[in-house]
Design a protein around this ligand. Structure first.
Ligand code: ADE
Length: 419
């Protein structure tokens, strides 16, 4: 039995069924796993992963193990772990898992430390908590790491700061920046799973609601698009003029949060920044407002400020906390302000994680093959990996695309032909 700290190993049979269900929608990762089984490109590696412990992550772990790695997994968010999946990974797949849904801050970091104790040669992070712990409190283990990868926008931003300050101690591949990751996972994955999380925990009717999306990056676009599809009146708030303009031309109302606060019925932050919804906004909200976050950290909402202006707070449904203000208005905080798609639902669907995690698996292989020649920098995903994944995914979807004719190829190379 691998070392572990999970909620209940008896949950394993249910977890295994769910993992295999997700696997059916992950054909690209399956192909990589089959190749890894024969080629063993990760032989001898100890891979510490700090990821959301979901069915999709389980299939990634199976792939990494098939490649020959020893795999340790801890959670990248205290509320995103699926306890049945954690149990099955330990019982059925020999992965050393340290993750319990609802774990407190101290346990969260104990679990990160537990995977570091193994002395990883590779890291796989989602939000940079593992890498930052290795670079601050656990420098005893940092020299053994040959490379790492990062899954999400927030983590890549933190890593680029480390690179700029010249404190990064090993090369990192920014998986988030692959086209086959952020154009699909961030947009369609977040778009669907965020609404899924809000709906599962509130059962609110989106048709006719006024849905405020803070942030119009790929994630914000996805949420705004899907909320509109469900009949909501969507307002976008932004700080970037180009993104604000894009949102306007995509047909959304754009205004400062100051104004949106007074008219929204559902609020969703997805900016990657701090205190996007704060006291002055909460004070303006209508009775019954729903407030949620789909950005990596719950700091997008100033929850202490909401607590300060509330006279009482109580849980009214799972993942729904009601804050009652002095004048009787009620504001509802969903999923403790943590990633609502993972806290109250199951995260992005497997079909989209197929591409994200295909990138992760291929980047782990790339890091091992190229470790000696890489510098202590943040690298993009090699273009060949991105292209290979889009080709495989398209084929798995049963779709073919056209090829350039020879005439078209030479036309594209020529500059003489005009009107
Ligand atoms: N991030 C968002 N959705 C996810 C999922 N289903 N598995 C792992 N990480 C995720």
């Amino acid at each position: 039995m691998p070392n572990h700290d999970v909620k209940d190993r008896a949950l394993a049979p249910q977890g295994k069924d769910r993992i295999l269900w997700a696997d059916r929608s992950m054909p690209v990762l399956t192909r990589i796993r089959e190749r890894f089984e024969t080629e063993k490109p990760l032989n001898g590696q100890t891979l510490a992963a700090c990821l959301h412990v979901t069915t999709e992550t389980a299939n990634l772990c199976r792939t990494l193990k098939a490649g020959g790695a020893r795999v340790l997994l801890c959670a990248s968010n205290p509320l995103s772990t699926q306890d049945d999946v954690a149990a099955s990974l330990v019982e059925d797949y020999g992965v050393e898992v340290y993750a319990i849904k609802g774990e407190g801050h101290d346990t969260y970091y104990e679990h990160i430390n537990a995977v570091i104790d193994a002395g990883p040669t590779l890291t796989m992070d989602d939000g940079c908590d593992l890498v930052s712990t290795l670079h601050t409190k656990r420098t005893d283990k940092v020299d053994g790491v040959v490379g790492g990868s990062e899954e999400t926008t927030t983590g890549v931003i933190r890593l680029r700061s480390m690179e700029q300050e010249k404190v990064l101690r090993y090369p990192i591949v920014a998986v988030n920046d692959a086209f086959t990751k952020h154009l699909f996972d961030n947009r369609y994955g977040t778009g669907q799973s965020t609404l899924d999380g809000i709906l599962r925990c509130t059962n609110v009717l989106l048709a006719g609601s006024t849905f405020v999306v803070a942030g119009y990056g790929q994630c914000g676009r996805g949420v705004a698009m899907r909320a509109r599809g469900a009949g909501a009146n969507v307002i976008v708030t932004e700080v970037d003029p180009l993104r604000g303009l894009e949102a306007a031309m995509d047909g959304f109302r754009v205004m400062p949060m100051e104004e949106a606060a007074a008219i929204g019925t559902v609020f969703l932050t997805v900016t990657g920044n701090l205190h996007v919804l704060r006291r002055e906004h909460f004070e303006k909200m209508k009775d019954g407002a729903l407030v949620a976050n789909a950005g990596h950290f719950n700091v997008e909402l100033d929850i202490p400020a909401l607590d300060e202006i509330a006279q009482s707070r109580r849980t009214v449904r799972p993942f729904v906390e009601e804050f009652r203000l002095a004048d009787g208005r009620r504001i509802h905080l969903l999923g403790e302000g943590r990633l609502i798609n993972l806290a109250a639902a199951e995260g992005h669907p497997a079909s989209v994680m197929d591409m994200s995690f295909a990138n992760q698996a291929l980047c782990a292989e790339h890091l091992v093959a190229k470790a000696a020649s890489l510098e202590k920098r943040v690298y993009g995903v090699p273009g060949e990996i991105d292209e290979e994944i889009s080709r495989l995914k398209l084929a798995a979807l049963g779709m073919e695309i056209d090829r350039l004719t020879q005439e078209q190829e030479s036309y594209l190379r020529s500059w003489q032909q005009g009107t």
